[in-house]
Structures are given as structure tokens and as C-alpha cells.
Design a binder for this molecule. Structure first.
Ligand SMILES: [Zn+2]
Ligand SMILES: [Zn+2]
Length: 428
């Protein structure tokens, strides 16, 4: 069957041309690979072997020795050496699926081009395709793991540049969704580099490189990085609260991305949740932890989730409770035209945005202070809803009362995100 397929005149003529015009001996793999598309269900090596039989029966002289094209890559135990190098790296990682890729060397690419000038590439497959497949098959046999072309957990890169069985791994990140509550003010969501030294470390930042000693990201990272043996942990939040605001109530949705984790889905998330909460008591709590895909990062980053805030407001002037109630009622349900606040305009585009208030109520009145709760579109700056920001936010509480009002304490108590991921089962 195979022999019959290869004995066609067109095939034999190309094979003979290869033998005659090659600058040196050629191995069965490299000869057979030029005819990979002629027949399926058989290795290039076998194909090359049969072709050589046919040619030699026809009187063709075949040189022996190291293959000029692959430089011996497919000969002796070189494939096994690649496999052993890959396994040595892989054994540190938990994975079910993998894929093999090859960084070709310049010399092999040139050789392959030369071959295709001789033989044409009509029936050929690239050298690296064969190498990936052959090494992949052997790794499957050795480990029982599975090759996955679409979403492998580890990509094994055979680096042919360096010449000494150099294998690199690209480990797929792991993503965990959850919600966090932040109980302490003064903690930013993510690392905030020192403005003076941009992270290098200087006297101003006490050589930490950071504006704040800790962040939500670093606190979570500190508790989970070693559990997974990850190289780094990045926090993606569904928006962020001000540094001086607490995050209470239902908590803020986030996804942590664990880079190059050694452990994967065998970590129990209930235990992990308890560990994080134990280690960050009084500062931070996480709930609803769940393994998710990378897509979830974009979903929470792009979600324009409605928020509910609670705030303590200072009233700088005499206001009767009835006046305050009226003003709050006025804002309840209003559409707010908000120009980018002065405090953030240096890093955000200066635009006017419309944001709706879905509910606003007075919780407490104490003469010179009051407590308010507001539920609104994501992206509304609520501090400016109270102060007016020199007329950049309209309507606003200060204008309605005719006095200056200012937020002194702010808590986020709900971030509404319909993820379809939050089930009661995941909330322990
Ligand atoms: Zn070869
Ligand atoms: Zn610094």
C-alpha cells in the first residue's frame, strides 16, 4: 500500500533528484518528510526508508553518514535527549495537557529552504512540525498527559538555537475569580510605585519603591503565591475604590492571575479562602473563590457595574434636616453631568459623562454631619457629587444646600456584577 503510493513516477523522480542534488547524506526522516502529504498513517521515517529501498533497487547510490538537512537531529538518540530535557523541566509542574513547539535555528531554516529549492515543497511538511509531533508523542507515552493544540496548560519549547538540548516552558496562567472586602482605609488596590523613584527605591519611600506599604494585590499575593508556586500574582479588579475608602458589603469582584503556577486546579479553594482571610484578618477578606478562564478578566474589567456607597459627609453651614431630605430627594433618580474631577484630570481624559443615580437616602443626620447612601452607575465620582467640584459636577449636594459639603469617609458596600459565576455553593 505505502510502497504503491510512493512508487508513482512523479514521487520517485523528486526523490531521485533529492538524492542526487543533496550536498550530503540524508536521513530517512528528512527524505520521508518531503512526501508527508502523499500518504497518511505512516511516519516520515518509514516513508523515507521505503523510498530508499525503491531507489536503491533502481540502482541509485545512497550515501551514509550524518544527515545534512537536520544535522543529525532525528538520528541516534537525539529525540530521546530532547524528551528527557523536556521531562526534567516538566516534572516541577502540575498539568494535564501540553504542546510542543520548536524555535528553529538559522542553519536548519537555511537547510530546509535549500531542500525545498531542490525538491519543491508540494508534498512536504516543515521540519519543526515533525519534531514537535515526534517529541510530543514520546512525552505523551512517558507521562500519560495529553497533547492539546488549542489550550495547552504547558507549551514545551525546544530551542534549537543554543545547540545543547535547551528546553523552555511557557506555563499557562491560572485565573481565580472572587470578591474582596477591604476593612482598612489607606490600602490601594494594587502596587503603587513611588513617584520619586518609580519603583527603584529611595529615601522618600523608605527604599520600598512603593507609595504605600501594602495593597490588596500584595496581601492576596502574599497568601497564595507559595501555595501555587507561582512566579507572580496580578490582581484585576472590577473598578477600584479610592485608597481612603473601605470596600464592604458584598465585596468587589476581582480575578487574580497566577503566572507560571507549579500547582493548578488541585488546590482547594475553600481552604485557600480561609488561609487568605486568616492571614489578613482585620484588613481584608475574600469570598466566592472560583477557577475561571482568562475571558473573565475582560468581563470584569469592562463591566460597568452599579455601585452602592455609604458616606459620612461634613456640612459646613447650618442645614435643617428637612432641607437635607429635600436635597437628597432631588438627587435620587437624577442624571448627573460630571466633568472629569480636578483631582484625577491629570491622568484621565477631560470629558463630561452622564451617570444616573438609582437610589439615594439619608441614613443619619447629626447637624454638622450626616450619613448618606447612594446607588449609582459605575464611573460616577461620588465625592464630587457631594462637593460639586467647583461646578464640574451638576447637580450636586453643595449647590442644592447652598453650603459646602464634603465627604469625610467613604465605603463601597456593593458592586453589582452579573457574572453567572456566583452560586451559593461557592460562598461556603
Ligand atoms: Zn535528517
Ligand atoms: Zn522611592
Amino acid at each position: 500500500m505505502l510502497r504503491a503510493e510512493l512508487e508513482k513516477r512523479e514521487i520517485i523522480e523528486i526523490a531521485r533528484k533529492i538524492i542526487r542534488e543533496s550536498p550530503g547524506p540524508i536521513c530517512n526522516h528528512c527524505l520521508g518528510r518531503q512526501f508527508a502529504k502523499v500518504s497518511s498513517g505512516v511516519s516520515n521515517e518509514r516513508r523515507g526508508e521505503v523510498l530508499k529501498e525503491i531507489l536503491s533497487e533502481g540502482g541509485e547510490e545512497l550515501a551514509s553518514g550524518k544527515c545534512w538537512l537536520c544535522n543529525g537531529l532525528f538520528e541516534n538518540d537525539n529525540l530521546d535527549k530532547w524528551v528527557r530535557a523536556a521531562l526534567a523541566k516538566l516534572k516541577q509542574y502540575e498539568y494535564d495537557t501540553f504542546l510542543v513547539g520548536t524555535k528553529m535555528s538559522g542553519m536548519l531554516m537555511e537547510n530546509e529552504e535549500m531542500m525545498w529549492e531542490i525538491a519543491g515543497a508540494l508534498f512536504a511538511e516543515p521540519l519543526k512540525a515533525e519534531l514537535n509531533r515526534e517529541v510530543g508523542k514520546r512525552i505523551e507515552q512517558e507521562t500519560g498527559k495529553r497533547v492539546d493544540f488549542d489550550t495547552p496548560e504547558v507549551v514545551v519549547i525546544l530551542n534549537l538555537w543554543s545547540g545543547d538540548f535547551d528546553v523552555e516552558l511557557q506555563v499557562k496562567p491560572l485565573f481565580i475569580y472572587g470578591r474582596y472586602r477591604k476593612y482598612r482605609r489607606g490600602i490601594p488596590q494594587t502596587r503603587w510605585f513611588c513617584r520619586a523613584c518609580h519603583g527603584k527605591g529611595c529615601e522618600r519611600c523608605n527604599f520600598t519603591g512603593k507609595m504605600y506599604a501594602e495593597s490588596v494585590e500584595e496581601l492576596i499575593k502574599g497568601s497564595i503565591m507559595d501555595v501555587y508556586g507561582a512566579e507572580d500574582v496580578i490582581l484585576h479588579g472590577c473598578g477600584r475604590e479610592d485608597i481612603d475608602a473601605r470596600m464592604l458589603g458584598s465585596g468587589r469582584p476581582f480575578v487574580v492571575e497566577l503566572r507560571a503556577p507549579k500547582r493548578r486546579q488541585r488546590v482547594d479553594l475553600h481552604a485557600l479562602e480561609e488561609k487568605v482571610n486568616e492571614e489578613n484578618r482585620a484588613k481584608l477578606e475574600v469570598t466566592n473563590l472560583k477557577y475561571v478562564n482568562r475571558e473573565m478578566v475582560a468581563r470584569i474589567k469592562n463591566a460597568n457595574a452599579r455601585k452602592t456607597y455609604r458616606m459620612r459627609v461634613e456640612l459646613r453651614g447650618a442645614v435643617a434636616e428637612s432641607e437635607l431630605r429635600e436635597a437628597v430627594q432631588e438627587l435620587d433618580g437624577a442624571v448627573i453631568e460630571q466633568r472629569t474631577p480636578l483631582r484625577v484630570v491629570h491622568r484621565r481624559a477631560d470629558l463630561i459623562r452622564s451617570r444616573r443615580i438609582y437610589g439615594m437616602k439619608l441614613l443619619n443626620y447629626g447637624g454638622s454631619t450626616c450619613e448618606l447612601e447612594v446607588r449609582c452607575d459605575g464611573g460616577l465620582y461620588v465625592k464630587e457629587l457631594i462637593s460639586g467640584d467647583r461646578g464640574r459636577t451638576r447637580p450636586n449636594l453643595s449647590d442644592l444646600l447652598g453650603i459646602e459639603a464634603e465627604v469625610k469617609e467613604l465605603d463601597v458596600i456593593d458592586v453589582e456584577l452579573d457574572t453567572g459565576h456566583e452560586t451559593t455553593e461557592a460562598t461556603r
